[in-house]
Design a protein around this ligand. Structure first.
Ligand SMILES: Cc1cc2nc3c(=O)[nH]c(=O)nc-3n(C[C@H](O)[C@H](O)[C@H](O)COP(=O)(O)O)c2cc1C
Length: 295
């Protein structure tokens, strides 16, 4: 598929330390000391649409977005209620659409990202994965957004801490300094491509459709009633609206095991028994995977 993109509006940027790098604890260590890949002029405005229950994807996407612009806006689509309104992108924007890999595909949420509306807007697809694999996530997102006014000009897979390995090694301390350099290199290549004036959408391999029947293994959920103060934060923040706000019971037919409830619970009432998964993850997934990108 070939799509024309008009010449974009760039502003000059510096190689200053990014907000994302600071977020990930990389302050002062990566780009300033070693000669990093050359930074391209930056975009005026970057808009990040992200689904990120435990914020690993959001942090990684923020780090990447700061490579493209000093003006970054977020449309956080994690809460069920946040996906009801249309989110529009201008032709001059750069869109970043980011999701985690759940069993090698985007989380099984009907209509995820379908509220995004582009205007022939260039788009970078991001997959955050817990050191196993991104697999079909790029194809899933690209298939959705390319029908909604976006031209996918690049895709990148960033390793983030695996939620089922709280103290295990999978994705621990990622993105790291090396990942940060690869992000800079990727962003520079995307900007060069867009600067050239005419851009072809990239071809992404993989299965575009999300398999809603797929069994995705997860750590068993735990609820400590004695710790719960009935504040309702878990229900209000649930990514799929699976928790009844009155009874706080979980509708298992809606739950995607994203761990959002445990992430927002301040009283340690919601948690997951990560022990079983942790053994598997530590055993099988401790070898560090690299950032991968497609352009
Ligand atoms: C249900 C579930 C399934 C997952 N499946 C995979 C997987 O197949 N491969 C992988 O590398 N990481 C997998 N992960 C790890 C996530 O991709 C990773 O932890 C991600 O950072 C979580 O995103 P978040 O922090 O933005 O919520 C899975 C996580 C969950 C909750």
């Amino acid at each position: 598929m070939k799509k024309e993109i008009s010449r974009r509006n760039f502003i000059k940027g510096t190689a200053a330390l990014t907000a994302g790098a600071a977020l990930m604890g990389l302050a002062g260590c990566a780009e300033e000391k070693t000669p990093a890949p050359q930074e391209a002029p930056k975009f005026k405005h970057v808009k990040v649409a992200v689904f990120s229950p435990t914020e690993g994807t959001k942090n990684a996407a923020a780090m990447l977005a700061a490579k493209f612009s000093d003006d970054v806006e977020f449309a956080d689509l994690t809460n069920a209620t946040s996906r009801t309104e249309e989110v529009t992108f201008a032709a001059e924007d750069l869109a970043i659409v980011a999701a985690p890999s759940y069993g090698g595909q985007i989380p099984m949420i009907e209509g995820l990202f379908t509220n995004l509306k582009g205007d022939n807007t260039p788009c970078v697809v991001v997959c955050a994965f817990g050191n196993r694999a991104a697999e079909n996530v790029y194809a899933n997102i690209a298939s959705i957004v390319s029908k909604q006014g976006f031209v996918v000009v690049g895709a990148i897979g960033l390793v983030t801490p695996h939620v089922f390995a709280s103290v295990a090694k999978a994705g621990h301390s990622r993105p790291n300094v090396d990942d940060n350099k690869i992000m800079t290199e990727f962003a520079s290549k995307v900007m060069d491509k867009l600067n050239s004036g005419t851009v072809e959408a990239i071809t992404i391999e993989g299965t575009p459709e999300v398999d809603f029947a797929k069994e995705i293994s997860a750590a068993p959920k735990e609820f400590k009633a004695e710790n719960c103060i009935q504040c309702g934060a878990c229900a209000a923040n649930c990514s799929t609206g699976a928790i009844d706000p009155q009874t706080l019971e979980i509708d298992e037919t809606k739950c995607i095991n994203c761990m959002r409830c445990s992430f927002v619970c301040e009283y340690n009432a919601r948690s997951y028994d990560t022990a079983v998964k942790r053994d598997f993850i530590e055993g099988k997934l401790s070898a560090k995977k690299s950032v991968e990108y497609f352009i």
